[in-house]
Ligand binder design. Structure first.
Ligand code: HT7
Ligand code: ZN
Length: 874
């Protein structure tokens, strides 16, 4: 396999103005006829004049140019393309191919999911449907005709508006769809199935009516209300916050059970992993409700950031993904709790993106090269990309940022553009110079900011020196300094914010947060007019995707945890304190835990005024994975022992308080509602139960059993089931059995049942996971099921996956080798949990390397898995 480089980008030699597709649909044998209106691209640098169309796994039947059939000697066919030599400057091309959806296990192109047919074309799936210029800078208008058996596939959908429907002979029927907006091929979609829809209507700000439809299999019709509410909220929010209206007469969502990722923003016809659509209080947790709200919003927001304005090439993926994640994060912050949302986003960024940046697959937000683009739908492109947009929004301020996005939408509507075009809009609208800022797109790695504070009582000056350093990443041994926004506060003895007056300021600013800009490798900021040594609150709200090194004393952290006016930094101080304590316990299991720690924990726990969701975040210990990332040499067992030990100690020392919190936060009548307050109440109550169950007695076990049995919402049921399963014994087995019996017909709930067992720290977890592979409900062909068993075991069960005998690694490698021929995208994603082998001890290193080599030695490895495995061993 060879790499593709950004520097080699060339505009397409041909453009396609119109596409007419005719599908004769059958799961076993579908015929696709395509008519393309092609013309030479005046902006192209001339090649050899031939037209090379992408196409994979297609059985070609006919090729005609302007109505004249070509013979086999007039074109060249290889497994990846169809090349036509000597074509006119403008012509019509007809091809007819056959494809086999029921054999398509990779879930790219047209495939069968349960009883329906559906498509996934991003990034390069359209070439598995027909011969085409399958690249995002070729934008065309599509008309799509679908013909299928009417009884089996009564619903036939594609992009745009329905323009014709009729019955045909032999029980077949036809639907014709027309999409008035030019689009790249990756946004094409079709659906055929026996589906039902819930319908609603939305009136846009300018008064246009839009029909909203969510299509699901008939038995899921009662699980769509939350998705529909979320969609309407997102549509209104995008009008208010970004001035973006929807542009077609209908917006459709379809839920499918076999899907490689979360969802897909096809124009007017979003296709979703059903996990991000279906929810009823008794089947879905608060986290599921939350996920649905943000993924529905994310895909809807793509209509402008991705569809109306798309990417010139796949190196620009973050242009649409980073910006759209930023938009969905802001949406969730506005409709939920802003502080809690920020914490959740930063947790995710630190856990996944920082880890990626520190490993062999590290790459810039705008990568320079790839072997398989599917490997670059990463935390760096998505989450760090969103942070890069957020920094620009904060540097410009709300008004200028809105002007800049308005300019972007106006200037580039209908175009395929680059991240450079985006930044230029930021500059043009604001007058700011972002030349150094652009390095955030080009340089990989997480900058480390080392800060030092120094107070001079005689002068009343606090000097804050800041040094930035970014470690080398593959292909980038040296980094230049970034332009980093810093949001800083200073706290006085009473815990109140002080005014931050920099030397040279003519006026004293109001007390609060001040945004400074670091551009050099090293800079010192001098704050004047301070009567006593302040406690600095650094990087408030996490203004940049960086790591902070500051030598806080424990007392300062406790002080910040109690007093910082910035909720994010109160949480971060608690995390730093807990992390420090846990790492000390890893090094020395006899390291004591100060009473002050339990006192602070108790004080936060009993804070009746506070936001309970925020409190639950503050009182949750850093994960084992995150702690591992803080160690040069990971001590898997030490981390597990220390963290479990501290949880037990909290459960034991604070038993009475935890019980009181559990009882005080019982539900009050009126059943399940998904509001920030109720989500917070359930979160703190289940966290209290979690700590109590770390050293369970009859009373707490009884509470847990009761909560499991009461079972009126899945959030509480799952919390109790997890605790009972981890507790084990007859109680655990019974609960798992009872849960399965109750929910065996709800596939998404069965996923939870697999996941609970895969993530259990119990010593026999791997054996249990092995047994579950033969469970009749397990299938390698369903990505959600694979993720819930194999993915969860390798990502969320650090102590058992990294067992010193290498059983976990062997298990994962076996699954990857089985999966690769079926679904390379999923196989390659699973592999990512083994690529950072260098952080472990020699024994584990050798075991992981052996498995990586075994994978690389396999015959006919996909590009997806080859790229990840080979980079891991480089
Ligand atoms: N834009 C979508 C990406 C996506 C995808 C990419 C590759 C293979 C399968 C896929 N399914 C969806 C999803 C999004 O970010 O909105
Ligand atoms: Zn997206």
């Amino acid at each position: 396999p060879h790499a593709i480089h950004l520097k080699d980008y060339q505009p397409p030699e041909f453009l396609i103005d119109r596409v007419e597709l005719h599908f004769d649909l059958d799961p076993d044998r579908t015929s696709v006829e395509s008519r393309l209106e092609l013309r030479r691209n005046p902006a192209a640098t001339r090649g050899d004049g031939s037209l090379r169309l992408h196409g994979e796994q297609l059985e070609l039947e006919t090729v005609e140019i302007d109505g004249n059939p070509l013979t086999g000697s007039e074109y060249v066919l290889d497994p990846e393309s169809l090349t036509l030599h000597r074509v006119p400057d403008r012509f019509s091309l007809l091809t007819r191919v056959r494809i086999h959806p029921s054999l398509n296990t990779a879930l790219e192109g047209l495939y069968q999911s349960g009883d329906m047919l559906c498509t996934q074309c991003e990034a390069e799936g359209f070439r598995r449907i027909t011969y085409f210029l399958d690249r995002p800078d070729v934008m065309a208008r599509y008309t799509t005709t679908l013909v299928a058996d009417r009884a089996r596939f009564p619903v036939l959908l594609s992009n745009g508006n329905l323009i014709e429907e009729c019955r045909l002979e032999d029980g077949r029927h036809l639907a014709r769809w027309e999409d008035p907006f030019p689009k790249p091929s990756y946004l094409f979609a079709l659906i055929a199935g026996d589906l039902r829809a819930i319908e609603d209507r939305f009136t846009t700000a300018s008064g246009r009516a839009v029909d909203l439809k969510i299509f699901v299999e008939p038995h899921n019709l009662d699980k769509c209300d939350h998705a529909m509410r979320s969609l309407k909220k997102a549509m209104r929010w995008d009008e208010e916050r970004f001035g973006r209206e929807y542009d077609l007469d209908v917006f459709m969502i379809v839920a499918v059970s076999h899907f490689n990722m979360g969802a897909m923003e096809n124009k007017g016809l979003n296709v979703f992993n059903d996990k991000y659509v279906l929810a009823r209080p008794d089947t879905a947790t608060d986290a599921d409700f939350d996920g649905i709200e943000s993924v529905i919003a994310h895909e809807y927001f793509h209509n402008w950031t991705g569809n109306r304005i798309t990417c010139r090439d796949w190196f620009q993926l973050s242009l649409k993904e980073g910006f759209t994640v930023y938009r969905d994060q802001e949406f969730s912050a506005d409709v939920g709790s802003r502080g809690v949302k920020r914490i959740a986003d930063v947790r995710l960024l630190r856990a996944h993106q920082f880890a990626e940046d520190a490993g062999p697959m590290a790459h810039p937000v705008r990568p320079d090269s790839y072997i398989e683009i599917n490997n670059f739908y990463t935390a760096t492109v998505y989450q760090k990309g969103a942070e890069v947009v957020r920094m620009q929004a904060n540097l410009l301020g709300p008004d200028a940022f809105r002007q800049a996005t308005d300019l972007y939408f106006e200037r580039h509507d209908g175009q395929a553009v680059t991240t450079e075009d985006f930044v230029r809009c930021m500059e043009d609208a604001s007058g700011r110079d972002l030349s150094q800022f652009r390095r955030w797109y080009a340089q990989a790695g997480t900058p480390e900011l080392t800060m030092q504070g120094d107070y001079d009582p005689a002068a009343g000056v606090y000097r804050l020196s800041v040094r930035q350093f970014t470690p080398p990443t593959p292909g980038q041994p040296e980094k230049r300094p970034f332009h980093v926004p810093l949001a800083i506060g200073l706290l006085g003895d009473d815990g109140e914010d002080l005014p931050l007056r920099l030397e040279g300021d003519s006026q004293a600013p109001a007390a609060g947060t001040r945004v400074l800009e670091l551009k050099a490798e090293e800079e010192t900021f001098r704050f004047v007019g301070l009567d006593s040594r302040p406690v600095p609150s650094l990087l408030r709200g996490f203004p940049a995707p960086v790591k902070l090194r500051f030598d806080y004393g424990d007392r300062d952290l406790l002080f910040l945890m109690a007093h910082d006016s910035d909720g994010f930094n109160r949480w971060d101080a608690a995390q730093t304190l807990m992390q420090r304590l846990l790492l000390a316990l890893v090094r020395d299991p006899d390291h004591g835990v100060l009473d002050a720690f339990f006192d602070a924990f108790r004080e936060a726990l009993l804070d009746a005024e506070g936001d309970r969701a925020l409190l639950a975040e503050v009182l949750t210990l850093p994960s084992e994975g995150y702690l591992a990332d803080q160690m040069d040499l990971v001590d898997v067992d030490g981390i597990h022992r220390a963290r479990a030990g501290l949880e037990r100690a909290i459960g034991g020392r604070l038993r009475a308080d935890l019980l009181a919190v559990y009882r005080a936060n019982a539900a009050e009548g009126c059943g399940y509602v998904f509001t920030p307050e109720e989500v917070g109440r359930r979160a703190i109550r289940n966290l209290a139960l979690h700590y109590l169950m770390q050293s369970p007695d009859d009373e707490t076990l009884g509470l847990c059993r009761e909560q499991f049995a009461a079972g009126d919402n899945m959030t509480d049921v799952m919390a109790a089931l997890r605790l009972l399963a981890d507790h084990g014994g007859a109680e655990g087995a019974e609960a798992l059995e009872c849960f399965y019996r109750r929910w065996s017909r709800e596939s998404l709930v069965v996923d939870k049942w697999f996941a609970v067992q895969a993530s259990s720290p119990r010593e026999d977890a791997l054996e249990q996971v092995q047994r579950l592979l033969s469970h009749p409900d397990f299938s390698l062909r369903n990505p959600n099921r694979v993720r819930s068993l194999v993915g969860v075991f390798s990502v969320a069960n650090q102590v058992r996956f990294h067992a010193a005998d290498g059983g976990g690694y062997r298990f994962l490698a076996d699954r990857i080798l089985e999966l690769d021929p079926l679904n390379p995208q999923i196989a390659s994603r699973l592999l990512k949990s083994m690529i950072r082998w260098r952080r472990f001890d020699r024994t584990r290193q050798a075991l992981m390397c052996d498995e990586l080599r075994r994978i690389l030695d396999a015959e006919e490895l996909s590009k997806d898995v080859y790229e990840v495995a080979s980079k891991a061993l480089e």
